[in-house]
Write a protein that binds this ligand. Structure first.
Ligand code: FPP
Length: 233
């Protein structure tokens, strides 16, 4: 349980890592870990909404993940499609907007259609945004933004660049990575310039509401300076 005075980050981003290792420890196939990962996501989304998070961005499939076995890639695609249909009712009920960020190339027509349909259905009346980074790469996003800007002929600046990115959400204050790896893995490269990073050893399928609260409590202890100094010596 979070204390009343706890500051809830407006935008939390999560690298959901460790599904494969979680499954391996249980002598199960990797896909079993991803399925459990989808369950963990469901709980974290509901909890985030409850405590007042406004934007939750999760890394579900990177542009590099195509290099995994055909079997695993297919399973991840199917799992995402299943997630879209199983979550529709709850997302609408809980006023959660569903958004997908990433490139369309390589993603099947039927999955793109399912994404479009849920994005449209949840776009009107919402209190939180769930942004799923799917077929997403931070460098691709920056390159795509740059090309978009070039096409408009507009000169880019640090201030206007974000309008060419996939979405114009506030930058995440908190970036969480599960399973103990200290890497960014090409996630939100532009947006995390000043994010606080929290790494936990917990594998993603075991990541619970309590673990999210712990990350937020830890975030509350940080002194955020954005490059400046609060107490000049
Ligand atoms: C990283 O674990 C996880 C992924 C590459 C996929 C994330 C997908 C989910 C959490 C499934 C649910 C998502 C949706 C949107 C349905 P890993 O496989 O790299 O684990 P490892 O490092 O232990 O091998």
């Amino acid at each position: 349980m979070l204390e009343k005075k706890t500051e809830i980050p407006k935008h939390i981003a999560i690298i959901m890592d460790g599904n494969g290792r979680w499954a391996k420890e249980k002598n199960k196939p990797r896909v079993f870990g991803h399925k459990a990962g989808a369950e963990a996501l469901r709980k974290v989304v509901t909890h985030s909404k409850k405590i007042g998070v406004k934007y939750l961005t999760v890394y579900a499939f990177s542009t590099e993940n195509w290099k995994r076995s055909k079997e695993e890639v297919e399973a991840l695609m199917l799992l995402f499609k299943a997630y879209i249909s199983s979550e529709r009712k709850d997302l609408l009920k809980n006023k959660i907007r569903f958004v997908v960020s990433g490139r369309k190339e390589g993603v099947s027509e039927s999955l793109l259609k399912a994404i479009d349909s849920l994005e449209e259905a949840t776009s009107k009346d919402y209190e939180m945004t769930l942004n799923i980074a799917f077929n997403y790469g931070g460098r691709s996003e920056i390159v795509d933004a740059f090309n978009k800007a070039m096409a408009t002929g507009e000169k880019v600046t640090e201030e206007n660049f974000s309008k060419f990115l996939y979405n114009q959400f506030p930058d995440p204050e908190l970036l969480i990575r599960t399973s103990g790896e200290f890497r960014i893995s090409n996630f939100l490269l532009w947006q995390i310039a000043y994010s606080e990073i929290y790494v936990t050893d917990v594998y993603w399928p075991d990541f619970s509401e309590k673990d999210l609260d712990k990350a937020i409590e830890n975030f509350n202890k940080r002194e955020r300076r954005f490059g400046g100094r609060l107490n000049a010596e």
